[in-house]
Design a protein around this ligand. Sequence first.
Ligand code: H79
Length: 551
Amino acid sequence: MMFNSCKQAPEQKTVPEDRMQWWNDAKFGLFIHWGVYSVPAGFYQEKAVPGIGEWIMNRGKIPVVEYKKYSNQFNPVKYDPKAWVKMAKDAGMKYIVITSKHHDGFALFNSKVTDWDVVDATPYGKDLLKPLAEACREEGIKLGFYYSQAQDWNHPGGAASGGHWDKAQDGSMDEYIDKIAVPQVKEILSNYGDIAILWWDTPTDMNPERAGKFLPVIAGYPNLITNNRLGGGIAGDTETPEQFIPSTGFPGRNWEVCMTMNDTWGFKKDDNNWKSTKDLILKLSDIVSKGGNFLLNVGPTSEGEIPQPSIGRLAQVGQWMKVNSEAVYGTKASPFPYLPWGKATLKGQKLFLHVIAWPTDGILKLPLMNKVTKAWLLASPDVAVNIKQDAARVEFSVPAQAPDSLLSIIAVEFEGEPAVLPVPTRGKTPVVSSVDTSAAVANLFDGNPKTSWKPVAGENKAWIEVDLGEEVMIENFSVAEPWHPWHDHGQEFVLQCKSNGKWIDVVSGKTNGCGHSQDFSPVKGQYFRLMITGSKGEVPVLNEWILNRAL
Ligand code: H79
């Protein structure tokens, strides 16, 4: 069998010129969160425990011995890994990442270093990863393992966000890493054939020394892709915005949005807050238009069934992908900072226009300055799309009706390198109410969403003013912010434009702390000002402030 292929000495392996190539082309993957938490499925002692299902042990402060009893009911007799892989493939997904061990410490594989695994602790008694690895290999789907390296609420010494709640959890974290985490990472990387991705999570209490213990292990797998969550200052290969789509991409970095289809990763029987198929397709479109990947989650039950609402939605996404996947796979980020009607992706001399708001007048405008040679609908390549263009833009005559009720794609062939007007705020030097020494104001306009500006301590309400150098018609405002959704760090803002020497409000609202993008009726102006109020009495923080041109 081919299961030994990873055991070769590292120097025998060939490293492709760009080991991220397949991952960058893939764009769409399936996340699977599966473990003992699917037994309580959101309920402890008949009471609903709020929050994400796989966190039930932590949020419900369930004692170790009691939580462990759930494993007696973890019996996934309906587990059909071939069907799971086929479901992912039919949805247009190119890779799968599954929780080999989540924060509850339970391993879905046969681990020699613990009894807290599917083989030793459940009536099912069989390794769950092996048949999945085989099915993936047969179908040409890449397989990755999620591994919770720091948090482990069952092995003594493992970290717990918020601290331990049971004496049984106490112990040395370094010993836990030496005796459990590092050996288990060796197991998952060597016992299941080629593993494409190792997905770390929540680096609670990690430090460079602890993180460093994993590095020699993963160094043995030069093709392995790892994310940025190991901790200890290790950057990894990918940025991992969780449960939100960043308002900009990450220049110079590979990135992947992971997201749930309802509100939980691990199965919860009362979570029916499913995103619509259309919403999922628009999210995929938004992500790929910014150059990222989409890792979309399912949470199987303890019987081994993926919830029907997930299966149904993935099948519908797959129908859409059958027609439109050319606009997804192997594409690069849109060259347009902003398009009022939708998104775009780029592949060589082709642009794909993801038209969310289909034009009611049959004319779609594109602010592209290159010569366009051809355009067609991906849904019906034979329908002629007429092209008219001047120096500043192209106009496409399209059918009155959108060809796809979910999201229609127009393919466009053009000559040369894409020539597009830059973001009007890029590289400008704003004037601000104040600047904290650690956070330069130029960071707002550098196109890098990882660097920030903030005012001096105590200035909860701050402002920023920019001179665009000339009058520009603006119809969208975006900011990048440093937080994740669960931080709940909304910031209030008012965008103003100077007109005849007076500041006039253009648009106001509140962000969610993960970035914000808002359209408004176009305003023409040279001077814009953003009033921003920090969340919960803190100073505001912004990573980018972008004004986008009207078409
Ligand atoms: O595996 C999934 C999540 O379990 C894990 N990452 C994804 C891929 C994750 N761990 N932490 N978080 C996500 C952030 C969420 C934190 C919260 Fe909480 C958990 C908010 C409420 C429960 C920790 C405990 C913070 C507040 C209370």
